[in-house]
Write a protein that binds this ligand. Structure first.
Ligand SMILES: [Zn+2]
Length: 403
């Protein structure tokens, strides 16, 4: 049974919107909506969506079974090397192991089902990378027509993981924030459900990361901080909402603090946080290697600021720090994209400058795979010399002995 007696509530003014209508932002104040909080139990199952099904009563479980590509159940990896280097305990939640190599899949599945439940046959998204690939894959799986809106400056390496699934790639000459807004407006009239970065149901999908972390904590002990690469703000909202729902269900007593990390070249949330203001300001010329978190006008930015007042802080790190952190992670055997490495850059900066941030337990959300952003690897490798050794069979023995 699907529970349609629920409401979508404005995260700012609290206005109710019926769940059986395709609302995505508040009719009155245009701030993000969220599905009202639910209480439940964690069930005994190996499958993510069965284990947490109490928290998804408004989603058709049959469609989950049909359309899931096996999202979630990603490992938490302890890094002895990074822990030693940073003077803290460092745990890594490896979201690169999802079906399209990023955390987006968890939200895309629920977003696609939301679209189907509302009767849509066409979906879309506004993205340059992880989300575009994810929506293309799930759109293909569900047999839906899929429109992906990108800016004309999209690098060629990002095009292939999108078009391979057969979606319609559309370049739009406009600012990213404007494309986001227009897509919702036009999509509503044209009958295309845009599963954008902070769609309320996409955010619901991200709750599974929070549930998994909470289960990990129950076996391995409390965390001090969860470090989240933050662009639109949808991911942080989802993880935190899971903890809040578990707390009101009596299943957790403490909620770890959250650190929202942005890149200095595009850090509207971190800037507003530092200034102590309640509203973000659009970044005019975003410039950073961490493209996956470069959202110049984060649609959930104000809501993240509201949530961080009680639950954590925001900060920004430089591209240089991000590339160095990416190198540190890869030397620990984990190859992530720059946005994910921003988490380690943040801990490194905190543990350098502030004694409050030593001997703490951090969990970083490694949001997406490094192989998707090959251009960043070239930048990363500029930081130190490397060369490819050449040899022939006669010299191979000597060459190998020198390794
Ligand atoms: Zn409102």
């Amino acid at each position: 049974m699907i529970n349609m007696n629920m409401r979508l509530i404005c995260t700012s003014c609290g206005k109710d919107h019926p769940i059986d209508e395709p609302h995505q932002r508040c009719e009155d104040c245009n701030e993000p909506l969220e599905v009202e909080h639910v209480r439940g139990k964690i069930k005994d199952s190996e499958i993510v969506w069965e284990r947490y099904s109490d928290f998804y009563s408004f989603i058709n479980q049959k469609l989950i079974n049909e359309l899931s590509l096996g999202e979630g159940n990603t490992p938490v990896v302890f890094s002895k090397r990074l822990s030693h280097e940073l003077g803290n305990e460092i745990y890594l939640k490896d979201e690169t192991q999802n079906p399209t190599w990023s955390f987006k899949d968890r939200g895309t599945l629920i977003g696609v089902i939301r679209a189907i439940q509302l009767g849509y046959q066409r979906i879309g998204t506004v993205s340059t990378g992880n989300m575009a690939a994810s929506v293309s894959a799930y759109g293909a799986r569900a047999g839906l027509k899929t429109a992906i809106l990108v800016r004309p400056d999209i690098p060629e390496e990002k095009i292939y993981p999108i078009v391979v699934y057969g979606s319609n790639l559309i370049e739009v000459e406009a600012k990213f924030g404007m494309i986001y807004r227009k897509s919702l407006e036009i999509g509503k009239k044209a009958g295309i459900y845009f599963i954008n970065s902070d769609d309320p149901f996409r955010v619901e999908g991200y709750k599974t990361i929070g549930f998994e972390i909470a289960e990990w904590i129950s076996k391995n002990g409390n965390l001090d901080y969860v470090v989240v690469p933050t662009g639109s703000g949808g991911l942080l909202r989802g993880i935190l909402k899971a903890f809040l729902e578990l707390k009101s269900s009596g299943l957790v007593s403490e909620i770890p603090k959250f650190i929202a990390v942005q890149a200095e070249g595009c850090s509207p949330i971190a800037k507003a946080y530092e200034k102590g203001v309640d509203y973000i300001e659009e970044v005019e010329e975003p410039k950073t290697i961490a493209g996956a978190i470069a959202d110049p006008l984060p649609p959930s930015g104000n809501e993240v600021l509201r949530k961080l007042k009680k639950h954590g802080m925001a900060m920004a790190v430089s591209d240089r720090e991000i590339l160095e952190a990416q190198r540190m992670l890869s030397k620990s055997g984990i190859f992530v994209q720059p946005a994910s490495a921003a988490t380690i850059a943040a801990i490194r900066r905190l543990s350098d400058g502030y004694t409050d941030y030593t001997d703490k337990r951090f969990l970083c959300i490694l949001t997406g795979a490094g192989i998707k952003v090959v251009s960043a690897v070239k930048e990363m490798l500029k930081l130190e010399s490397f060369n490819i050794q050449k040899t022939d069979l006669e010299e191979l023995k000597t060459t190998l002995e020198s390794v």
